[in-house]
Write a protein that binds this ligand. Structure first.
Ligand SMILES: [Zn+2]
Length: 93
């Protein structure tokens, strides 16, 4: 229980974030939660460490960080799954 969650809007449930054995998949898969700062400290640190050493994921995170700013200016939405899948394919996973 953390009784300090007022003003957070919808109480959307965060899925249990589990790391697989594919760090690139995890990094892309959890990108939105990462940007929303909805991950646990441990997983966040793991992903941070990965993108610092993985050029493909770093580029993707930079791209999404910029994209998110653009998107938020227009409408509140998440990156579509097909776009995410396309990016995952582009970084060669
Ligand atoms: Zn990677």
């Amino acid at each position: 229980m953390s009784g300090d969650a007022k003003g957070m809007g919808d109480d959307e449930q965060v899925p249990v974030a589990e790391l697989s054995d594919d760090p690139c998949f995890d990094a892309i898969n959890m990108l939105n939660y990462y940007l929303d700062q909805e991950l646990t400290e441990t997983i966040r640190a793991t992903i941070t460490r990965h993108i610092e050493s993985c050029h493909g994921c770093l580029k993707t995170y930079e791209f999404h960080t910029e994209l998110r700013v653009v998107v938020q200016r227009r409408t509140v939405t998440r990156v579509p799954d097909d776009l995410r899948a396309r990016i995952a394919r582009e970084i060669g996973q």
